[in-house]
Design a protein around this ligand. Structure first.
Ligand code: HEM
Length: 428
């Protein structure tokens, strides 16, 4: 394991314009864990009582994620502690080795560009969520982007579990996913017994249609397709559970935060412009500063050290992805990305996010709908917003958007920066 990189010095930076709201979103979700994690950010690795060894350096984080001899997602303090009692032992997030690789290979075709396009189209096409967003904005209405993205993510999940995405089905799918993920706390290694029972029953209800679709074997449904791809019923149901847990709140969190950041930094016009390269840079930079999955957990398999901190079998390592990714500074799509940081927001190594193509397709779907709604020199501008409380993935509870005559991007930088009352410490 590599030696400890030099500790980062606390640099006094100007507050990033997006920082005020981003900070509020993070603290509303995790009033205790977030400041605790951030307080570790100036040390590449540090042992925090009751939490584990916290890693805040991107290169060191990659070393841990790629070192399969010493670190695992199975074992004390790892995701297996959280999810095996709820979902069973074979749901990707709690697997390692050849079985894990084989299941990923089998699931791969579900995330091909074509499969993802069809999934997103089926999700929002039938429910009409995104065309409705374009229409309402164009008609001069104020829309709540957080609600729209929740409906879109819920519709995609319904499609995955084989449910028609009616309003009711979408609502219950999202509530179910949030009920389960909302039980997770960084300082607790697993769920309590009663939480486990509740999580199981919520997920069983949600995935019942998936089981029926698998048994019917209709390849037009995702579970039917899994059967066609050779997955056993147990593997297919585990994968559906994993998709529900990993693929809903991340999207619900990211898209409104990206649009809010673009607004706060004067990037809305460029984000929605007909320039795929510029949009990709802005989306990647949005992912870097929001880090929808703020931490990754690993259990130590064999004694070693992490950045000079000795660790022993059974210890927990918490990769503070939020610290690793945000170290280079605030949102700036023009800044070259450090290769150690690039895509770390989607993980690294054998557990790298399987759903990345679906995530990016969903983001594109919303941005296309916003771009189609914007016309006559008008752009979506953010009105009132509220951060969500008690959620696992930091998010806006509501984010109002309406079209307005575009402000000058340069002016917005100045205005947003001036309104930012945080300390430089919070901004760094
Ligand atoms: C912006 C959105 C998303 C972000 C930032 C994100 C981030 C991540 C990260 C960091 C990991 C690795 C965790 C680790 O190594 O401990 C991961 C794994 C995973 N993600 Fe995503 N994710 C997103 C969206 C999605 C979506 C839409 C799906 C689709 C269903 C999905 C499915 C998965 C699955 C199945 C895994 C587990 C892979 C494995 O263990 O082999 N993710 N994600």
């Amino acid at each position: 394991m590599r030696a400890a990189p030099a500790p980062r010095r606390a640099v006094l930076r100007a507050a990033a314009p997006e920082g005020l709201w981003e900070e509020r979103v993070q603290r509303s979700a995790h009033p205790i864990a977030y400041p605790a994690l951030r307080s570790a950010r100036h040390r590449p690795a540090v042992r925090v009582p009751r939490v584990g060894v916290v890693v805040s350096d991107a290169a060191l984080a990659r070393d841990v994620l790629l070192d399969l001899d010493h670190f695992s997602k199975v074992g004390p303090g790892a995701p297996s502690d959280l999810w095996t009692p709820v979902l069973g032992p074979s749901v990707l997030l709690n697997m390692e080795g050849p079985e894990h690789a084989a299941l990923r290979r089998a699931l791969g075709p579900l995330f091909s560009p074509r499969a993802v396009r069809e999934l997103v189209a089926a999700g929002h096409g039938r429910a009409g969520v995104l065309p409705e967003l374009t229409r309402r904005l164009g008609a001069g209405e104020t829309v709540d982007l957080a609600a729209v993205v929740t409906a879109q993510a819920g519709a995609v999940i319904c499609t995955m579990v084989g449910l028609p995405p009616t309003d009711d089905a979408v609502r219950s799918a999202m509530v179910a996913a949030q009920t389960v993920t909302g039980m997770v706390r960084l300082h607790r290694h697993g769920l309590t017994r009663s939480q486990t029972v509740r999580a199981r029953s919520v997920l069983e209800r949600l995935t019942a249609p998936a089981r029926a679709a698998y048994r019917a074997g209709d390849p037009a449904t995702v579970p039917g397709r899994m059967r066609e791809l050779g997955l056993s019923e147990r593997e297919a149901m585990g994968a559906v559970g994993a998709f529900v847990l990993t693929g809903t709140e991340t999207i619900q969190s990211f898209v409104p935060r990206l649009v809010a950041i673009a607004h706060d930094t004067g990037w809305t016009r460029r984000l929605l412009a007909d320039d795929a390269g510029l949009r990709r840079r802005a989306v990647e930079e949005g992912l870097r500063v929001t880090v929808p999955t703020p931490a990754m957990l690993r259990s130590v398999r064999a004694d070693t050290s992490v950045g000079g901190v000795p660790v022993h079998a059974g210890d927990r390592v918490v990769i503070a992805t939020v610290n690793c990714c945000r170290a280079p500074g605030g949102f700036d799509p023009a800044r070259p990305v450090d290769p150690a940081v690039r895509h770390l927001w989607f993980g690294a190594g054998p557990h790298f996010c399987l759903g990345m193509p679906l995530a990016l397709a969903q983001v594109d779907g919303v941005l296309d709908a916003l771009a189609a709604g914007a016309a006559d020199g008008r752009l979506p501008v953010v009105g009132r917003r509220r951060a969500a409380r008690g959620v696992l993935v930091p998010a806006y509870r509501s984010l109002e958007l309406s079209l307005s005559v575009a402000e000058q991007d340069a002016d917005r930088w100045a205005v947003a920066g001036a309104g930012c009352s945080r300390t430089a410490e919070e901004a760094a």
